[in-house]
Every structure is written in structure tokens, then in C-alpha cells.
Write a protein of this length. Structure first.
Length: 229
């Protein structure tokens, strides 16, 4: 029988690496698991079932990992809670496609920010797709992106030139994706990890460290996690 695990995701101000470590050291032991205490401490308690294998949105694939990551990151689109077949704006405030659904354009919200205040841009999404498709990276979801022009050849190492792939950060707020053909059902793919951004620097350490401090960076105000039990 697998041991159940609980994680606390803590909403805290930007403290920097030293400040974050001090905050966790002084507060981690005081984080209770009761709802009243969690509310008072601005802690979101999650029961994730088992130990997550990691917290990199472009690498993980399990339910425990996804549960935590969905609290820390936001993709281009989100699912409508009242209609799972419908997508709502996430980081993209709006999107459009051409007549035959082969080119999709997403417009990033002007107020989109990483948790350290840096702007979240179209380049972060383009970088995420390139990262997933890099053969050495070994992303589980990479094949799902083969619907984009040129991605299969890049993923299989037939070309190393990502400019030949149908992914363009037209400007900081505009992401254009070109498909290999007509695909009216393309948008639901962006609800999963391939639709999440990557900041262009390492962000997460080991998922087994007990405390996750992702160099301070997430897509929400939830910045730190404490492994309770």
C-alpha cells in the first residue's frame, strides 16, 4: 500500500533565496494541518496520495505532481469548471485561428507576471515547447506536439534548427503556432503540461528535498512548499 503524502503550499511575499530559506526554517515546524490553522497562515493543504517524482511541468506526468503543479503554474488556457469541453483564458487573454484551423495565435495578458515580478512573455511559451521537443530532454508529452509544423523532425534530431518549427514569439505578447494541417480540436492540448510556460533558467530542485524553493519562481502567489508528512 502506498503511503499518503501531504504538502502545504504557502502564499508568501517575495523574499529572495536567503529570506525564503529563513522563512521556511522558522515557519515550517509551526505549519499545522488543521483547516483553521491553514487558513490563518495562508496555507493551501493538498493531499496528493504519494511522493511526487518532481515538479518540473515539462517532465512530470503523474497525478500527485500535476495536483501541485496546477497550483503553481497557469497555462495559456484553462478549463471551464462548469464545462470541461470549453476552454477559458489563462495567461492568454484571447486567441484566434485562421479559417482552416492550421494557424493559432495567442495574445498574452499584459499583466502576466512570474512570481518574482518579471513579465511572462510569449518567448517563455516558445522556450517551453523547444525544451519539451529537445531529444536529450526526454519529455513524456513530446509526441503530443508533433501536430506542430516541423516538430517531429526536431524531436527526432533530424534538424537542430528550431526556427524551422512552427512556433513563433512574434512579440512579447503574441505567440503563433503553425500546425501540420487542419485541427479544430487543438486548443484542449494546451490545458496540459505542454501548454505551460518555462522561465528560461532552472527553477526547481529535487522533489524529495522536503522543502521546495523553486528559485522563487512560479506563475501564482504560491511560492513555497513544505512536505508535512
Amino acid at each position: 500500500m502506498r503511503e499518503a503524502k501531504a504538502w502545504a503550499i504557502v502564499a508568501i511575499p517575495i523574499l529572495g533565496a536567503v529570506g525564503l530559506g529563513w522563512w521556511l526554517a522558522t515557519r515550517a515546524s509551526s505549519l499545522g494541518t488543521t483547516l483553521a490553522h491553514a487558513n490563518a497562515q495562508k496555507v493551501l493543504l493538498l493531499h496528493v496520495g504519494s511522493e511526487p517524482s518532481g515538479l518540473d511541468p515539462q517532465q512530470v506526468r503523474g497525478i500527485p505532481e500535476s495536483t501541485i503543479i496546477n497550483c503553481l503554474f497557469e497555462g495559456l488556457l484553462i478549463s471551464d469548471p462548469s464545462d470541461s469541453a470549453r476552454q477559458l483564458p489563462g495567461v492568454a487573454e484571447r486567441w484566434e485561428h485562421n479559417e482552416d484551423y492550421s494557424v493559432w495565435t495567442f495574445y498574452i495578458r499584459p499583466d502576466a507576471r512570474w512570481s518574482n515580478g518579471d513579465p511572462l512573455t510569449a518567448s517563455d511559451f516558445a522556450f517551453s515547447i523547444q525544451r519539451i521537443l529537445t531529444p536529450e530532454f526526454g519529455a513524456f508529452f513530446a509526441d503530443e506536439l508533433h501536430v506542430l509544423r516541423g516538430t517531429e523532425d526536431f524531436h527526432k534530431g533530424k534538424t537542430k534548427d528550431f526556427t524551422q518549427v512552427g512556433v513563433r514569439a512574434v512579440d512579447p505578447r503574441t505567440l503563433r503556432l503553425e500546425l501540420i494541417g487542419q485541427l479544430p480540436t487543438f486548443s484542449p492540448l494546451l490545458l496540459t503540461m505542454p501548454g505551460f510556460p518555462s522561465i528560461q533558467q532552472p527553477f526547481f530542485g529535487s522533489a524529495n528535498s522536503g522543502i521546495e524553493a523553486p528559485n522563487g519562481l512560479s506563475r501564482t502567489p504560491l511560492l513555497a512548499m513544505v512536505h508535512l508528512f
